[in-house]
Design a binder for this molecule. Structure first.
Ligand code: AMP
Ligand code: ZN
Length: 145
């Protein structure tokens, strides 16, 4: 766990929480906050973050993670009800190779509508390799030595 405080000088998301940078908030409680992503992939793209500074999936505490996911559910339901989202993607990146650019734990909540981005769908459904039982067994043996 990090030191469980905000990092208002070095972290843009802590600065948004402190009101030192502009943020368009969708929801806030004592543990977690949700605000609109400045580069929306889809209309309404929202970030949910803990109010304390945690770096990534390994760093975030269990209760905070649960709170972030509760808020992600609240935001999802707002999108379904008020933005007429027909589906939701929840995405997260830990580490630079995975695409994490801001080192304050966050999940992306993406409202989806039929036909909104065929490239996005194509990417997800492009997995053509079907693993053999042998491959799956040797993988689980590595994962659970
Ligand atoms: P990730 O690549 O998963 O670390 O996502 C970081 C996200 O933060 C990106 O989608 C950015 O568009 C978003 N972002 C960066 N700066 C801001 C900001 N000042 N306000 C809102 N969203 C931001
Ligand atoms: Zn931070």
């Amino acid at each position: 766990m990090s030191d469980s405080t905000r990092h208002p000088d070095s972290c843009i998301f802590c600065r948004i929480l402190e009101g030192k940078e502009e943020g368009t908030f969708v929801y806030r409680n004592s543990k977690a906050s949700a605000f609109l992503d400045i580069h929306p992939l889809f209309e309404g793209h929202t970030l949910v973050i803990p109010n304390d500074h945690f770096v990534d999936i390994s760093d975030v505490s269990e209760d905070t993670l649960a709170e972030v996911m509760k808020v992600a559910q609240i935001v999802s339901n707002l999108m379904i009800k008020n933005l007429h989202a027909e589906g939701i993607n929840i995405m997260h990146s830990t580490g630079r190779p995975a695409g994490q650019t801001i080192l304050h734990f966050h999940v992306h909540v993406l409202p989806r509508r039929t036909g909104d981005d065929t490239e996005f769908q194509r990417w997800w459904f492009s997995r053509s390799h079907r693993a053999s039982r042998q491959e799956l067994s040797s993988m689980v043996a590595k994962l659970l030595p």
